[in-house]
Design a protein around this ligand. Structure first.
Ligand code: PGA
Length: 261
């Protein structure tokens, strides 16, 4: 499975012209570019090698939901991936695990690939609560997955009709472990801790009966430290914020990832 690098532009850049320029400068195979909604169409028109992602979606398809954007609208623009439950949304907008669960279900229902973000705050890490937090975010965030299965698959569920997890039916799911204290701080987690967290996350995915999840790392990844993470087979890629706002920098990270494909 080739490594996947996700460029999360967040609320950047300021103008359409800059967004087009950045998309052009970043365009490389193995990269998923996630611009703000207003720049998605322009980015889709510019990129030839990268894939397109969105930074969020809403769980309903249409209706009276001011300000929201649906999975089918995103799909129509050529979006393939959707970041769900980023800690900045959880912290700034009060996004809960229950909301995340609905968004994950909607993403899968629309045939898009969710990138579920999980991770603890500095205080939670210091209190030794990291695994507890990640387990809750995963178990609640993925609790509606059984709902997204087509009827023909529903009979294969461990506990059909109870909103429980599918047994290996979900093939396209990315989990991004992003310790909140490492995001945008210039201080990434250690690869050793990431490997321990991957093992833990995979254990939970097994428990849930969800197979083949790709687990990636996020938090202050740059071309300088990317290799220390990406050289490990277990680490499926990286979610990159700040460093993705520079075309040369993100391409350098993708190049490092390619070495280990
Ligand atoms: P960062 O952001 O690379 O700027 O730390 C990562 C993220 O928030 O996904």
């Amino acid at each position: 499975m080739p490594k996947i690098i996700i460029a999360n532009w967040k609320l950047n850049p300021a103008t359409l012209a800059e967004a087009e320029e950045l998309a052009k400068a970043s365009d490389v195979e193995g990269l998923v570019i996630c611009p703000p909604y207003p720049f998605l169409k322009a980015a889709a028109g510019v990129v030839k090698k990268s894939q397109l992602g969105a930074q969020d979606l809403f769980w309903e398809d249409k209706g009276a939901y001011t300000g929201e954007v649906s999975g089918s609208q995103l799909k129509d623009l050529g979006v393939k991936f959707v970041i769900i439950g980023h800690s900045e949304r959880r912290q700034n907008l009060g996004e809960t695990d229950e909301m995340v669960a609905k968004k994950i279900a909607a993403t899968l229902q629309d045939g898009l690939i969710p990138i579920l973000c999980v991770g603890e705050t500095r205080a939670q890490r210091d209190a030794g609560e990291t695994k507890e937090v990640v387990a809750r975010e995963l178990k609640t965030g993925l609790s509606l997955i059984g709902n997204c299965l087509p009827a023909s698959e529903a009979g294969k569920l461990k506990t059909p009709n109870q909103n429980k997890f599918g047994t290996g039916q979900v093939k396209n799911l990315v989990v991004a472990y992003e310790p909140i204290w490492a995001i945008g701080t210039g201080t990434p987690d250690t690869p050793e801790n990431m490997l321990e967290m991957i093992q833990y996350i995979e254990g939970i995915m097994n428990e849930l009966g969800i197979m083949g999840t790709v687990v990636i790392y996020g938090g202050s990844v740059t071309s300088k430290n990317a290799e220390s993470f990406l050289r490990h087979n277990e680490i499926g890629g990286a979610l990159v914020g700040g460093a993705s706002l520079n075309g040369e920098e993100i391409k350098a990270i993708v190049k490092i990832a390619e070495k280990y494909n």
